[in-house]
Write a protein that binds this ligand. Structure first.
Ligand SMILES: NC(=O)c1ccc[n+]([C@@H]2O[C@H](COP(=O)([O-])OP(=O)(O)OC[C@H]3O[C@@H](n4cnc5c(N)ncnc54)[C@H](OP(=O)(O)O)[C@@H]3O)[C@@H](O)[C@H]2O)c1
Length: 324
């Protein structure tokens, strides 16, 4: 079978397309023929050994996928050959087949495409967990989303609206902000041209933002935090800009505000039932058309390196997919 492999730590140009043996599922595993794999920003980190997970080499990037079950281990009862499934696996999906534990899989509902199903696990899974379980976002509250046109950001905009918040999308170009409006954002801030703190205060009539969703980091984090409201919640999602910010602790004190870490991967391990409920809800919203994940682009497997480079070039609106 064909697989994209990382043999040494390095940029996307180090990835190789190779022929390797098709895996055989163990008694507790399932063999999935992958149709679509999806990339995330962290794929650019994991191949460089800069991510918290360091899979043994050689490994394939791409942490989520959709496909069809080809065979099952003797002890598997929840799935059968022919079932359409989507799943999350930290890495290993940029290849034709994967053996995976059934707990990492969900059935794809009728009417949902493989492209849609592969698009929601990490981005919508993270953003729903962040806003619901960590952010306690309530209807009528204000939500500011940084990096709002990116993978997790776009999902946060869409889910924030669905949860009844007034959503302020913040991004670096007018083109990206136009896209955020199409995804449902009520207000927009271009943080490459406007002062983030002042604009967020203006847009909340001086009251400050209730929940801030930050997957970008760097200097933007403190600017946004300075516009948080009384009892606000600041959700630490990631540091796409490449710099981990240091927030002066007088700022949360002055607003009685919380800084709340969000690590979806840990949530999937610590609260399997809670995560499964969240994913089932997201798949149901996909099936009835409530959620509409945006696909930025779809690359053939052989061009996985170019797909990851598009993400690091800050040139993505929504998801980047790999057609296996
Ligand atoms: N905590 C969790 O559980 C969790 C789960 C998934 C992802 N994450 C993290 O969330 C962050 C975003 O992930 P994503 O998949 O949404 O990424 P993405 O699609 O590439 O979006 C990231 C956004 O960050 C902004 N950005 C600023 N500087 C950037 C740079 N140097 N390179 C790329 N983007 C830059 C871009 O928006 P502008 O150009 O508008 O600034 C971009 O749209 C990553 O740090 C990722 O590791 C965390």
């Amino acid at each position: 079978m064909k697989a994209i492999l990382s043999h040494t730590a390095g940029p996307p140009s180090t990835l190789k397309l190779e022929d390797i043996d098709k895996p055989v599922p163990g008694p507790k595993d399932v063999l999935v023929k992958i149709n679509i794999a999806a990339l995330n920003f962290f794929d650019s980190l994991i191949i460089e050994d800069l991510y918290q997970f360091k899979p043994p080499r050689p490994f394939s990037p791409a942490a989520e996928m959709a496909g069809t079950i080809e065979s099952i281990g003797a002890e598997v009862s929840a799935f059968k050959p022919g079932d359409r499934v989507c799943g999350y696996n930290t890495s290993g999906c940029a290849r034709e087949y994967i053996t995976i534990r059934p707990a990492a899989l969900s059935h794809i509902p009728e009417g949902v495409s493989d492209e849609q199903a592969a698009s929601i696990m990490v981005t919508y899974g993270t953003s729903y967990h962040a806003l619901k379980d960590r952010g306690d976002l309530k209807p009528g509250e204000t939500l500011a989303v940084l990096g709002a046109s990116g993978g997790v950001g776009q999902a946060a905009v869409e889910l924030g609206k669905l949860m009844g918040a007034k959503v302020i999308a913040c991004a670096s170009t007018d083109d990206k902000l136009e896209f955020c409006r199409e995804c449902g954002a009520d207000e927009v801030v271009n943080y490459s041209k406007e002062d983030l703190k002042n604009r967020l205060k203006e847009l909340t009539d001086g009251k400050g933002v209730d929940v801030i969703y930050d997957p970008v980091g760097g200097p933007l984090s403190e600017s946004a935090f300075r516009a948080i409201g009384y009892l606000g919640r600041f959700l630490v999602i990631g540091f796409a800009i490449g710099e981990i910010p240091k927030i002066p602790l007088n700022l949360p004190l002055l607003k009685s505000a919380d800084i709340r870490g969000v690590f979806w991967g840990a949530f999937t391990a610590h609260d399997k039932k809670g995560n499964q409920e969240n994913i089932s809800q997201l798949l149901a919203w996909l099936a009835d058309g409530t959620l509409k994940p945006h696909m930025d682009s779809i690359f053939p497997l052989a061009e996985t390196a170019a797909a990851i480079e598009k993400i690091t070039a800050r040139d993505v609106k929504g998801k980047v997919l790999i057609q296996i």
